[in-house]
Design a protein around this ligand. Structure first.
Ligand SMILES: [Zn+2]
Length: 187
């Protein structure tokens, strides 16, 4: 059985009937989950058995989540996906403590992230609520929104700037930040 990811094209509707773990779009059948695809030749149907392995985060996984609230020393993170191509079937609750956000001392966690930010974080514990860390360079905020106007912020060298209102904001920015602006060096 072949491992498939969400949005993988499995076949066309004329070949098989779409069943559990799949969806149909424009006559094509796609996987809706991460799992093993089964083509049932007798009943002419296709289904995907969800993979247990990625149905829940495990220790050491790097996951993507959204900061949903909290206080100065700890925030809640809604864990959404194993990576941008592999969303979890359900969201999990993560906790990010102030000691796990930076090598440097910060007085409030909100100095380095805000509610609504998308973060890339490493999982430190095996059960929900999952303890998270964003200390490594690839970890941290991968998408943030302007606190004045709501537009997605653009990474401009080490700073995050709003392309709409020019507001500048501080975050613990990941090397993998999604929107980056590169200046041409003309000297
Ligand atoms: Zn703005």
């Amino acid at each position: 059985m072949k491992l498939v990811l969400p949005r993988d094209n499995l076949c066309v509707e004329e070949e098989f009937m779409a069943s559990t773990g799949t969806y149909v779009e424009d006559g094509n059948i796609y996987s809706a989950v991460v799992g093993r695809v089964v083509y049932d030749m007798n009943l002419r149907r296709v289904y995907v058995v969800p993979s247990k392995k990625v149905s829940i985060p495990s220790v050491g996984d790097v996951v993507i989540g959204q900061v949903s609230g909290g206080r100065d020393d700890i925030v809640f993170v809604k864990i959404l996906a194993l990576n941008l191509a592999m969303p979890f079937k359900t969201a999990f609750t993560g906790l990010l403590h102030i000691s796990q956000v930076s090598e440097h001392r910060v007085n409030s966690i909100f100095e380095v992230l805000r509610v609504g930010d998308l973060v890339k974080a490493k999982v430190l514990s095996s059960k929900p609520p999952f303890l998270l860390s964003i200390k490594e360079p690839r970890l941290g905020v991968i998408l943030a929104y302007c606190s004045k106007c709501g537009a997605p912020l653009v990474k401009d060298n080490d700073k995050l700037r709003c392309p709409e209102c020019c507001n500048q904001e501080n975050r613990r920015v990941s090397l993998d930040y999604l929107i980056t602006r590169h200046y041409k060096r003309t000297r």
